[in-house]
Structure formats: C-alpha cells, structure tokens
Design a protein around this ligand. Structure first.
Ligand code: NDP
Ligand code: MG
Length: 383
C-alpha cells in the first residue's frame, strides 16, 4: 500500500489523481487531501474517500469546511499552508502529489523534499522558480522526484533502462495550443474565451492560458533541465498538434525513443503513482487508423515570445526564472480578468525580466522576496 497525499485535490490534476486511486484501492491509500477555495468539492471528496486529513489552505474557509463534514469522525480538518507543510512530513505519508497551481506549491514541495518523501510532481512552477534549490535538497534528503507532466513522464519512460550520459537531446512536444496557426494581428485580438479552448487537453484555467501563450512549454523546458540534468542546447521543442507523441529522447547514436498515448493525464499520474510498475487500465487506446497522420513543425518564437523568454531565463539562471514565473502569474490573472490583451502578457513579462533586480545565487528567502517584489511591480504596471 502506498499512502498518498494530494496537494490541490480539487483541481484538474487532483480530481484525476483521485480517479486513479479509486481504481486501484489495493495499491493506493489516500492519506490526505488539500484544496484552497472549493469547500463543496473538498467536502465531497472527504466524504467519498475518508482520508485521515483534509486541509483547506485558505484559512477563512476553515469553519465552513469543518461544519460541512462534522459528521466524519475519523477525518481531521486543518487550515493553512503550515498545516500542509507539517502533514507532508508525517511518517504516514509515502508519496506527495504536488498538484496545486503556481508559486504556492513551493513551500510544501520543499517541506516534502526535506522529509525525504517521494514527490509526484505536477506543479512545474516550483521547479521553474527554484529548480536548483529543490534538486540539491532532493539529493541531500534522498527524495525521488517523479514527473507527472505528460512530456516529462514520456521522457522518463523513454529513459528507463538507459544511462544519463547516452542522452543527446530531449525533444519536448507541444500541441501549439488554440492559436498555433494565428498571425500576430489575429493574436492581438483573441479573448480569454478563445484562449480557454484548448484543442486536446482539459486543464485548469492558468495552465490553459500558459498553453495558449506557449509559456507552459517554456516552463517545461526549464522543468526538463532540472529533472533530467541536461543543458539548454539539449532541449528542443517540436510542435505536434495531435498530442499523441508526448515527447522523445534522442540518444548519442542518433536513435530516438518516443512515448505515445491518448492525451489523458490519468496515464502519467498512474505511472508516477505505480512506478516502477505499469498498472493495467481500460483508458482509450491509440487507434492509428483513426488518427492517420502525426505531424511535426518548428515553434514560432516571433509569435510566441514566451518560449524564447524561458530559454533566456534558463540561460541567465539565478532568480531570472523566478522573475519570469511571478510576472507570468500576474499577467495571466490580469488577462483572465480582461485587464490586458493576449500579446501584452509577453510585453510585460519582458519588461519585468529587464527591470527587476537580478540575484545570481538566490537563497530561499531571495526567491520569496523576488516573487513578492515582481508581483507588486507588475501589478502596478498593469494598473
Ligand atoms: P487547477 O486550477 O485545476 O487546480 C489548482 C489546484 O490548486 C486546486 O486544487 C486549487 O484549490 C489549488 N490552489 C489554488 N490556489 C492555491 C493556493 N494559493 N494555495 C494552495 N492551493 C491552491 O490546476 P491544474 O490541476 O490544471 O494544475 C495544477 C498543477 O499541475 C499546475 O502547476 C499545472 O502547471 C500542473 N499541470 C497540470 C496539467 C493539467 O492537465 N491540468 C498538466 C501538467 C501539469 P481550489 O480549487 O480549491 O481553489
Ligand atoms: Mg505538459
């Protein structure tokens, strides 16, 4: 039995992870769930799964949650991020799925890593912001980080049985999002409703906007650097609109391995939960006769500048990826609230990268200060 804590159980990844646990009751036990604002869903999940602990990170919702499940005697209810950090370090937890969104995942991920837990990592923003710190802590505390992001799960699966030194290149596939074929002129006028319609994946709002702007792929490039210990020159992005090839590894002899499957996040979640075992399921299979064509093209970084910014931030290192992430979180929020246009998001991120103070070797406190400062300045700029 693997005892699992799900951080962000009320989200897109979190709910799919619960499906995986429900389908494998003899392998996985749900120890704890956390949510931020969705009290009704968190309460429903607590009722259905009866985990030992339920935590709501927004303290103001504690009483509402507590009252709605007051009849569940064996389920303890807590509030706040510190409770999450304490919970992930408990000896009853074997694995922590980090599926909360954004920078908020940093503190509990670090707590879980320091406690030597196995991390099933969905919350890529933590590796973008503080990849160096997290990886060195993971090595120090023998915490294994298993990727949940579909591209990184694909690479991880391609690397099974291979040696790290045999990697020549990682080929990260990208769907290209809903605006792949749009001109700059068209991009200037897209709305949030257009951006929220992803062609292949059904995800939370923030990552859906990141996918439309290709910031998600930029983040994944940085995520790949830390997860697989490769250099900037060894990570290529290939646009593949069908989202069937989830990513590829090119080896030093020129051979390429790819992992394919239907676009269904339960697959990489299940792979991380069950690792190193493959678990049977009845999810939809790839039918090549139906798909007929798989196509590949080069990403256009003139249109999707965020992808180039991510490579620049990775190259610069230090707190630059933290600046990139904080600026992005604020502009995505502003775009989702109709305060700025689609292309303005990249303009403001570029401004933040050029003007915010650079720290070459940031400590944890430097990241916290940088994140707060960038949020404040970018919010001021948006007005
Ligand atoms: P959602 O927006 O669907 O869910 C986010 C989760 O985080 C919810 O449980 C939410 O709680 C919680 N949350 C929101 N704000 C906070 C906060 N300030 N503190 C603590 N918890 C918070 O996101 P997704 O499931 O789409 O994505 C989650 C993570 O997984 C992201 O980092 C994303 O990049 C990554 N990912 C997602 C994929 C997908 O297919 N969705 C694919 C690959 C990676 P509540 O709803 O209760 O407010
Ligand atoms: Mg992905």
């Amino acid at each position: 039995m693997r005892r699992i804590a799900i951080l962000g159980s009320t989200g897109s990844i979190g709910t799919q992870a619960l499906d995986v646990i429900a389908a494998n009751p003899t392998l996985f036990e749900l120890f704890a769930i956390t949510g931020h604002s969705n009290v009704a869903l968190l309460a429903e999940q607590a009722r259905r799964f009866k985990p030992n602990m339920v935590i709501i990170t927004d303290d103001s919702k504690y009483l509402e949650l507590k009252e709605s499940i007051s009849d569940l005697d064996d389920v303890k209810v807590f509030a706040g991020m510190q409770s999450v950090c304490d919970m992930v370090a408990m000896s009853s937890v074997d694995m922590v799925l980090t599926s909360m969104v954004g920078y908020a995942g940093l503190q509990p991920t670090i707590a879980a890593v320091k406690a030597g837990k196995t991390i099933a990592l969905a919350n890529k923003e933590t590796l973008v912001v503080a990849g160096e710190l997290i990886c060195s802590l993971a090595a120090q505390h023998r915490s294994a980080i298993l990727p949940v992001d579909s591209e990184h799960s694909a690479i991880f699966q391609c690397l099974a049985g291979e040696q790290d030194k045999s990697i020549e290149k990682l080929l990260l596939t990208a769907s290209g999002g809903p605006f792949r074929t749009f001109s700059l002129e068209q991009l200037a006028h897209v709305t949030k409703a257009d951006a929220l319609k992803h062609p292949n994946w059904d995800m939370g709002a923030k990552i859906t906007i990141d996918s439309a702007s290709m910031m998600n792929k930029g983040f994944e490039v940085i995520e790949a650097k830390w997860l697989f210990g490769v250099q900037k020159e060894q990570i290529d992005v290939v646009v593949h609109p069908q989202s069937i090839v989830h990513s590829m590894v090119q080896f030093t002899d020129g051979s390429i391995k790819a992992q394919l499957g239907m676009p269904d996040m339960r697959l990489p979640i299940q792979y991380a939960f069950g690792y190193p075992n493959r678990l049977p399921n009845n999810y939809e299979r790839v039918d090549f006769a139906k798909i007929a064509t798989l196509t590949f093209e080069k990403p256009d970084t003139n249109k999707f500048r965020n992808l180039a910014f991510a490579y620049d931030a990775m190259d610069k290192g230090g707190n630059m990826p933290c600046i990139l992430n904080a600026a992005n979180e604020v502009v995505v929020h502003a775009f989702l609230h109709d305060k700025i246009g689609f292309l303005q998001m990249s303009d403001i991120i570029e401004w933040a990268m050029m003007t915010m103070p650079f720290v070459a070797e940031p400590s944890y406190d430097d990241y916290v200060a940088c994140d707060a400062l960038v949020r404040e300045k970018v919010a001021q700029k948006i007005g």
